[in-house]
Design a binder for this molecule. Structure first.
Ligand code: FEO
Length: 134
């Protein structure tokens, strides 16, 4: 059974964004498998890929915030920046050899993403739909 499994309860009702969230689920599942296998090399690469794709995804949302003048944009962007900062810092420590990627870290990524999609991201659903994004 997959570590993260997509279902409709994760939908923000915008197809493009749902696809990006699904991709993040897949990436965290790969990360989980590498962590279980203790594959140090793969974990480093997967963490880089996860950071890159997360940045791409956050910026995709933020472009719509700016385009539609979304009222909660600044707060949402700040949450994105904090997450990127935290994961980027973990990667730097990992590269320096002072950080072990444990199941706890993998669970943190999963829990953060679930809470963010179902909490913060959900808040823009109706607003994006009203602006013609579905
Ligand atoms: Fe889907 Fe705000 O990240």
């Amino acid at each position: 059974m997959a570590f993260m499994k997509w279902d409709d309860s994760f939908s923000v009702n915008v197809a493009e964004i749902d696809q990006q969230h699904m991709k993040l689920f897949d990436m965290i599942n790969e990360f989980y498998e590498a962590q279980r296998a203790d594959n140090h090399l793969a974990l480093g690469h997967l963490l880089d890929s996860l950071i890159d794709y997360t940045k791409f995804h956050f910026s995709a949302e933020e472009i719509y915030f700016d385009r539609f003048h979304y009222g909660a944009a600044e707060e949402h962007k700040k949450i994105h920046q904090q997450f990127i900062g935290k994961v980027g810092d973990a990667k730097r420590r990992y590269d320096d050899g002072g950080f072990v990627i444990s199941l706890e870290i993998t669970n943190y990524l999963k829990d953060w993403l679930v809470a963010h999609i179902k909490g913060t991201d959900r808040l823009y659903s109706v607003f994006f739909n009203q602006n013609g994004l579905i």
